[in-house]
Design a protein around this ligand. Sequence first.
Ligand code: C5P
Length: 350
Amino acid sequence: MERALKPTAKTRALRVRAYAKINLGLEVLGVRADGYHELRTLFQTIDLHDDILIQPRARGLVVRCDDPAVPGDERNLALRAALELQRYAGIERGAEIAITKRIPVGGGLAGGSSDAAAVLMALDRLWGAGLGPAGLHPLARRLGADVPFFLVGGTALGLGRGDEVYPLHRQVRCHAIVIDLQRPVSTSAVFARVDRNLTPHENSNNIFRFVSSDLEGLRAFRILSNELEQAAMEEAPDLVDRAQRIRGILNREGATLASLSGSGSSFFGLFDDGRKAQGAQSALMAAGFIVLRARTVSLGQYRRIWAGSLGRMRARGVGNQSRSRHHGDHGRQGHSRRGRKAKSLRVDRV
Ligand code: C5P
């Protein structure tokens, strides 16, 4: 694996962003016949992102990543995505995929799944397969349960294994902070623990109540929770104490929602106001935590960003997009050309 990610040629290439997700809520409804779990979850893209540079090659697929923790072989989901598309669309051409990692690995933020979806969408365009998000869905769900969501983005309901994705009519817009505990947690191990704890219980229907409420008030967020948290804490007991401290600080600093994302280990807080998010970030950093600032990316923003990235390929080559100094964009891309700020936690129509 190489660490240098400089483009090798000024040729037709694509530079795209693979955004992280958080789960605003997650309910485990039961075990399925295929061993997976039936879920009801609320996905949300945030502007914390990996950068992916994809350059065409006559033959062969190569993937490189600046993070040594990410494998460069077929364990890499981005490489598997490219192979799937080659096979599915009968394409012989190749590509070189260079990933600059910003999304914590093994943190429940689905960075690997997002990279895979981004590669599908970019290569679909680069190779001229013309499948589009709907045509790519069967490939995406074969790659992993979280991958299809990134063909859609924004605020969306995930059903089935999480791979049946329904964009919500109303989109959440707010500030977020993500606490990177630098402690990868295995998703399959967490789900295996869920099985041991899974006792028949009344379906809480809180996600349904959240979605069907008008969502205008902040109180609606309080009914959301992540039912993987208990199993995640059993899988990683060293995190229990930190989780309590994080939640205490987030709540004290006025978070609208404080939760674990997916199977962990990242926690996040949502805020209706940038100053509150800043206050929480400072308090958590003073307590020794690594904190990333972000904003939610709505469905409309996600679509515009992708349309821009894929459209740019025709207009120009590599090398003219500045790199963000931040982990997230803080609204500079995709957050309205009119410079609208997420001053309050809002839920917008798509
Ligand atoms: O689909 P993906 O490979 O991302 O899932 C990782 C693991 O998480 C699966 O192997 C499975 O053990 C577990 N999982 C599950 N039910 C889901 C999603 C994931 O049991 N709905």
